[in-house]
Design a protein around this ligand. Structure first.
Ligand SMILES: Cc1cc2nc3c(=O)[nH]c(=O)nc-3n(C[C@H](O)[C@H](O)[C@H](O)COP(=O)(O)OP(=O)(O)OC[C@H]3O[C@@H](n4cnc5c(N)ncnc54)[C@H](O)[C@@H]3O)c2cc1C
Length: 385
């Protein structure tokens, strides 16, 4: 494709912001428009659960400001459809020569039983600001989902003096197949923070005074927060020329091109074919959003770069840090290694080669782990399922 004169970006999250900034830094001087349904400038989400909810006076706005780069930002404007060379929005039509779709995820909701109040969720700045005021001393806060965001929200609620419970089937996909000793250690983190953790059971719905569990028991709470993952915010693309997989992720090729010529996609809402893992992949992590956006921007301008990253995420929860890189299968043997600088790492292997590393309180091990995984790179390393 020749270099376009105008680019429209849908989504003002990390991926949308990164695409726009990268286009400018790569010398794109044409008309550049970002459309976002939120009413704010693009902002970063990780500080919402870590800092903002904990009462830190932070400003998560992403820099640089798009206006400073001559980028038009249309807030409170939702894309509702796409046709060749035209995005349809709640504020009219936006013609484009190239477009980038980065609508991200919307938080999954918990069913409400018999007109009970809906559980709260945490995906947006607005959610975080609202939740912060709800976390007051002595309140019984019940968090549904013990994954990364559930654990981070629990941390903030406990620090605010709430009486916190976390309920979920397990500790989330990131901690699947960790050795028993590590599993027990992480459960101990909850105890240390005075948080009651219940696993092996699911929450079915909210009730008027708490939640109903899959073992038919009930748990009372003053505030219920659902941290049960997200689904791609792509309902507006149904029936359009953009391909979606059965879960609604936007399907791209390895260069992040969608089915519609001139239209690329990046961030949490995409599924792309990974040669590294031999299957279509989707990730919901910060580095994936930023890295896929940079590659998509360069490809919009005529490059032909392939996107096939080593998955990586971090989390700060319950007074500890987690860093995970790679992807392990449930059958991959795990080995725990302690480091002289006090952290620990779990390394999974297959055929003697590392497939993934989880560093606990050991961020300094991430670079070494990345190098080891890159050295071991083989397309036949399978995905974790
Ligand atoms: C609370 C929280 C904490 C996190 N912490 C970590 C962490 O510690 N480590 C980590 O690796 N990752 C973390 N993540 C994940 C990381 O923030 C995401 O991977 C990243 O934000 C994805 O960026 P995105 O641009 O693809 O999507 P989003 O950030 O979701 O942005 C998408 C934007 O598009 C807008 N949009 C959607 N549909 C439309 C439409 N039809 N029209 C116009 N606009 C639309 C949305 O409103 C949103 O503004 C966290 C996420 C959350 C929510």
């Amino acid at each position: 494709m020749t270099r376009p004169d105008s680019v429209v970006v849908v989504g003002g999250g990390l991926a949308g912001h990164t695409v726009a900034v990268t286009l400018r830094s790569c010398g794109f001087h044409g008309r550049l428009t970002v459309i976002t349904q939120e009413s704010t400038d693009p902002y970063d989400r990780p500080p919402l659960s870590k800092d903002l909810l904990a009462g830190e006076p932070i400003q998560p706005t992403l820099s640089p400001h798009l206006a400073d780069l001559g980028i038009e930002l249309h807030t409170a404007t939702a894309a509702v459809g796409i046709r060749p060379h035209e995005i349809l929005t709640t504020a009219g039509r936006f013609p484009f020569e190239a477009a980038l779709l980065a609508p991200g995820l919307r938080a999954r909701r918990l069913p409400s039983g018999h007109g009970a109040p809906a559980a709260n969720v945490l995906r947006s700045l607005e959610d975080a600001v609202g939740l912060r005021t709800e976390l007051t001393t002595g309140r019984r806060v019940l968090i549904v989902g013990a994954g990364l965001i559930g654990a981070e929200v629990a941390t903030a609620a406990a620090a605010a003096g709430c009486r916190v419970s976390v309920i979920g089937p397990d500790l989330g996909p990131a901690l699947a197949a960790v050795p028993d000793s590590v599993h027990d250690e992480i459960r101990g983190w909850y105890d240390d923070c005075g948080i009651r953790l219940t696993t092996g059971v699911q929450v079915l719905e909210t009730t008027h005074d708490g939640v109903l569990l899959s073992d038919s028991s009930r748990r009372a709470a003053d505030l219920v927060i659902a941290a049960i993952g997200g689904a791609p915010a792509t309902a507006w693309l149904h029936g359009s020329p953009i391909g979606l997989d059965p879960a609604g992720f936007i399907t791209t090729d390895e260069h992040l091109r969608t089915d519609l010529p001139g239209v690329y996609a990046a961030g949490d809402a995409i599924a792309w074919p990974s040669a590294r893992y031999g299957r279509a992949m989707h990730l919901e992590h910060w580095h994936h959003a930023a890295d896929s956006a940079q590659i998509a921007a360069r490809n919009i301008l005529g490059a032909n770069e392939t996107y096939d990253p080593l998955p990586y995420f971090w989390s700060h929860q319950l007074g500890h840090s987690l860093h995970y890189i790679g992807r392990h299968g449930r059958a991959d043997p795990a080995e725990i290694r302690s480091d002289t600088r006090s952290g620990r790492a779990v390394t999974w292997t297959r055929g003697g080669r590392p497939t993934a590393v989880l560093a606990l309180d050991a961020p300094h091990l991430v670079r070494r782990a990345r190098a080891a995984l890159q050295a071991a790179d083989r397309p036949e390393i399978g995905a974790m399922q």
